[in-house]
Design a protein around this ligand. Structure first.
Ligand SMILES: [Zn+2]
Length: 311
């Protein structure tokens, strides 16, 4: 029986998406036991796939998840202020705004004041809203039902006269928060798994850094790990894939992980030369999330092909 690269137990191994499935990662070697696979899925991949930095590009490049749906980070209601009123608006998949219905009523000396803010799509609901509110009001005053019907009909007529249709291009404010730890932990997971794939058991058991990466993932803490978000790749940056692709690069003792153009670097081995990759044998995985495919290159070959206009 093979060993799980995470818990080191002899177990049947399952397919693990090194780059998460939700962003089109197609590299899925058998590295982890079922339990470790599911634990990493819920503690590392899950929070990562929910972050807006992943959902926004998935929406903009239309990358569906396993279930076939593309996330809509604007599906929740955001707030707009229109003529001094706070409205709740959300956007559908085609960015068409929808106004959440808002009904207020106030009993005054003159009677009942009702204010309705409603999306054009729900215009047909105005009559039933008025009917419900007015009926309840006059019943509470002891009015017979026949008279109430007359009142309702009159109110519906009046409402049509005073209704103000509004059409404008609103600015909708959304507040998103991003936990950088979630992104870095995902990069740590990718760096560890790609190194385990490249160097096998030698790395998993023989590198103190490998142990530290496992520990960071187990406790979801990254403070002991060298590396982080945002790196300067120098002239390589112009050659490596852009925002619509992902890549994982093993160079020297670091793993560069770039997801939708957001790059981080994780030190995956220390000074052990057996696991470091020189510029000549550096390995580059390029992922095409739209087509769910990937290609592995020697960095040197990739650069050569690029220089010849093939990559
Ligand atoms: Zn395991």
């Amino acid at each position: 029986m093979p060993l799980c690269i995470f818990c080191r137990n002899e177990r049947e191994l399952t397919e693990e998406h090194i780059v998460p499935d939700c962003i089109g990662g197609s590299l899925k070697p058998r590295l982890l036991c079922k339990e470790c696979n599911s634990n990493l899925g819920s503690t590392i991949d899950g929070p990562f796939s929910n972050t807006v930095l992943v959902q926004l590009p998935r929406q903009s490049y239309q990358i569906p998840g396993k279930g076939g749906s593309v996330p809509n980070p604007f599906g929740a209601y955001g707030a707009i202020t229109h003529e001094g009123r706070e409205l709740s608006v959300r956007l559908d998949e085609q960015f068409k705004p929808y106004v959440k219905p808002m009904v207020t009523e106030q009993r005054t000396d003159q009677g009942l004041e009702i204010s309705i803010t409603i999306d054009k799509e729900d215009e047909g609901d105005i009559e039933s809203i008025l009917r419900k509110k007015i009926t309840r009001y006059y019943r509470s005053l002891g009015m017979p039902d026949d008279d109430i019907q007359t009142k309702v009909a009159q109110a519906v007529q009046d409402a049509k006269k005073v209704a103000v249709p509004v059409s404008h291009q609103p600015t909708i404010k959304y507040l998103f928060s991003i936990d950088i730890n979630v992104l870095v932990l995902e990069s740590i997971k990718i760096a560890y798994e790609i190194a385990a794939l490249e160097f096998g058991d030698m790395y998993v058991t023989g590198s103190p850094v490998a142990e530290a990466l496992r520990c960071a993932l187990r406790h979801q803490r990254r403070d002991e790990i060298a590396g982080g978000l945002g790196i300067d790749l120098g002239p390589l940056k112009a050659i490596l894939p852009g925002q619509d692709a992902h890549y994982v690069l093993l160079l020297h003792n670091s793993c560069v992980v770039s997801i939708f153009g957001i790059a981080s670097t994780i030190e995956y081995c220390g000074e052990q030369e057996a696991f470091a990759r020189s510029i000549d044998d550096a390995v580059l995985y390029v992922f095409d999330p739209a087509n769910r495919s990937h290609t592995k290159y020697l960095l040197a070959n990739f650069l050569f092909q690029h220089a010849n206009g093939k990559a």
